[in-house]
Design a protein around this ligand. Structure first.
Ligand SMILES: [Zn+2]
Length: 171
């Protein structure tokens, strides 16, 4: 469980790993959500090709269940053009502390609607995944340059995940 202050620090860190134009819109999305008292935790932003390949291996050549359809380079995350979020809900027995509300379909619907106006789009098979609507498919992304800059930047930012992440779903 985390406080909203800690959650907003995590969101900030993840937002900083995103490509600048998309990052601006993602930030606006976050503020609009908070304004109507939905508190998203953005738990994934940029993901390196290596991390993506490791995720792809899960449930295929490695143990675990399949969590992604994308190999390294095939995910919008690899270009800083996607983030994953989950709504937080306050723990009734522990005021001021929040936990992830994975099955909050109402919150996802609100997130999708607010994203729409900002050219941020959800995908069908993964609740909470939002990506840049400027590109219809990953191969449309003008990767050169963007990737390098985003990657270099992202690697300088805190990538160590807090321990509570390990028990969470990886999407
Ligand atoms: Zn995702």
């Amino acid at each position: 469980m985390i406080t909203l202050v800690r959650a907003s620090e995590i969101c900030d860190n993840k937002l900083l790993t995103l490509e600048s134009d998309f990052q601006q819109r993602a930030r606006e999305w976050l503020h609009k959500m908070q304004e109507i008292s939905v508190y998203p935790l953005i738990y994934c932003g940029f993901r390196s090709f290596t991390e993506q390949d490791a995720l792809y291996a899960q449930g295929r050549t490695k143990a675990g269940r399949i969590v992604t359809k994308a190999r390294g380079g095939q995910s919008y995350h690899n270009y800083g053009l996607a983030y994953d979020w989950v709504a937080l809900r306050e723990n009734p027995k522990n005021r001021g502390f929040y936990e992830s509300d994975w099955d909050n379909d109402g919150a996802y619907r609100i997130g999708d609607a607010i994203g729409h106006a900002l050219k941020i789009t959800p995908i069908e098979w993964e609740s909470g995944h939002m990506q840049d609507a400027r590109y219809k498919k990953f191969s449309d992304i003008p990767a050169k340059g963007t990737t390098k800059a985003v990657q270099a930047f992202a690697e300088n930012i805190e990538t160590k995940k807090p321990s509570f992440f390990s028990s969470w779903k990886s999407r």
